[in-house]
Design a protein around this ligand. Sequence first.
Ligand SMILES: N[C@@H](CCC(=O)N[C@@H](CS)C(=O)NCC(=O)O)C(=O)O
Length: 251
Amino acid sequence: MNELLGLEFSPWTEKARWALDVRRVPYTFRHYLPLIGEPALRAKLRRLTGRVSVPVLTTDEGRVLDGSTDIARWADGRGAGPTLFPTEHEAEIARLIDLSERALSAGRARALSRMLADDEALAEMAPGPIRGALGPLASRLGALGVRRTLRKYGGNAVDAEAHLQTQVAALDELRATLARKTLAGAGPKTLLDSFTFADIAMSQVLVNAAPPAELKLGAASRRCFSDPELGDRYADLIAWRDELYRAYRTS
Ligand SMILES: N[C@@H](CCC(=O)N[C@@H](CS)C(=O)NCC(=O)O)C(=O)O
């Protein structure tokens, strides 16, 4: 069976899961434990140095696919369902993936900084199986992990205002792209002629305004992921994202 290694609360993992689910490709999900799981992940990716992250898919044939885009591309060649990467839109999809990646990184940096001031959210970051036993140490361990993730992805290299501007630019662009589209028939608008990976990628940017109800997040982490001001400013896009989930987020 194909096996997806990921973080349940991560929008990158959600991109991969959505692609696999909408293409009806079967897989089992395995929870990645940051730090503790890293040696095994390095061995799987055959990468002893440099940055490693999830999602990573190990296919039935033993291929190891690194990252949400490669996993989605692979899923697109299997199963059944909407074509996630129509050839005629390759360039536009690549552009929107890139925009999504930049905005998600900026959103992660701001969410992690909020977490550092929220003991409950930090405790939620400690691995579930040992959280209870750790007691108050859970939030200390969570803080170590959160600081490490901030450094790992360069989240502390620019200030919070610059991160916010990156998110705003992506959300403005999403709004403008949707505004240019006319609604053909029932269902939510899509960024291209039909539902594609561009919709999956760009809808995830809203996780750092108001996480979708479907995303498995503890209450405190949900509060840190959320940005009520962005949520108000882009309520139309959140409604679009929620509609997209209802229409296309199968299983
Ligand atoms: N470009 C990758 C990025 C994945 C990524 O940033 N994963 C983060 C999610 S927070 C991760 O693995 N974090 C855990 C860690 O770095 O230990 C993709 O598209 O999948």
